[in-house]
Design a binder for this molecule. Structure first.
Ligand SMILES: NC(=O)c1ccc[n+]([C@@H]2O[C@H](COP(=O)([O-])OP(=O)(O)OC[C@H]3O[C@@H](n4cnc5c(N)ncnc54)[C@H](OP(=O)(O)O)[C@@H]3O)[C@@H](O)[C@H]2O)c1
Length: 255
């Protein structure tokens, strides 16, 4: 029986690249994200690699949808060997311009979404005494960046979750790995939220980010996928991908 990987945020960017890479390495893949058509396209690409794919449209911020995702995955494959928590979005804004609703939204997906999948899969990982949990975090989960306060808080929360979970699960034979990308030239700006003093400031920040993702030092989704694969294969605890320091400096310029 093939190994299986469950990937959240699998419809594009890092999640899609990770799905294809694991498929090439012989894994069957469970794909989760909200938009079904995009998810099905990735599922078709996984099948074209000769592996099985199960696309389950899921909003990871909704615990009941995540429970259904996990039940569907276990019904189909019997087990999940690797969980890649990756679904997240970017939120830009100083504290005074970031409304509470935004704080809840970013925590619901970037933090609680990760807790939901871990809680759901942990019983079968513990029963088997094996498995890997990879949390895709950010340089913003290890370094404070002004004007990214809610995003950083959500990612720091995942860093705390990941580092503590690793200590709890290492004695049980379960790997827990933090992957910290710098900037990735995915289409993340599609769903990014920008807040500021006025429309002009918001537009300026958006343009700054649009320019930044074109920079030559920025990572590709495939680079993050490679890092995730090598982390799982070698049992790593933490991986830093790309140039987080350059990313931090570049984003601080405008503040
Ligand atoms: N891009 C960067 O520069 C960068 C830098 C550091 C860290 N990261 C982190 O790396 C991860 C991947 O980033 P990326 O750039 O590859 O992202 P991306 O291209 O924007 O893709 C995000 C994926 O997450 C899904 N998603 C978003 N909210 C979701 C929700 N509530 N439930 C389920 N799926 C959801 C999206 O699909 P749907 O919209 O269809 O749900 C999509 O498949 C994220 O955690 C991000 O925060 C990114």
């Amino acid at each position: 029986m093939a190994n299986t990987v469950l990937i959240t945020g699998a419809s594009q960017g890092t999640g899609k690249a990770t799905a294809l890479l694991f498929a090439r390495h012989g894994y069957d893949v469970i794909l989760a994200a909200r938009q079904p058509e995009r998810l099905e396209q990735v599922a078709a690409a996984v099948r074209a690699e000769g592996r099985q794919a199960l696309a389950v449209p899921t909003d990871t911020s909704d615990v009941q949808r995540v429970e259904m995702l996990i039940q569907t995955a276990l019904d189909r494959f019997g087990r999940v060997d690797v969980l890649v928590n990756n679904a997240g979005f970017y939120l830009s804004g100083l504290m005074q311009y970031t409304p509470l609703d935004d704080w809840h939204r970013v925590m619901d997906t970037n933090f609680w979404g990760y807790v939901h999948t871990i809680q759901g899969l942990l019983p079968q990982f513990l029963a088997r005494g094996s498995g890997s949990i990879v949390n895709v975090i950010s340089f913003g989960g290890a370094t404070p960046v002004p004007e990214m306060i809610a995003f950083c808080a959500s990612k720091y929360a995942v860093t705390g979750l990941t580092d503590t979970l690793r200590l709890e699960l290492a004695p049980k034979g379960i790997q827990v790995c933090a992957v910290h990308p710098g900037v990735i030239n995915s289409n993340f700006l599609e769903r990014a939220i920008f807040r500021g003093q006025d429309a002009a400031q918001v537009e300026e920040r958006r343009k700054q980010l649009q320019a930044l993702v074109q920079a030559p030092w920025v990572s590709r989704p495939e680079d993050i996928a490679d890092a995730i694969w090598s982390a799982v294969r070698s049992g790593k605890s933490e991986v830093i991908v790309g140039q987080p320091l350059t990313a931090t400096k570049a984003l601080q310029v405008a503040v």
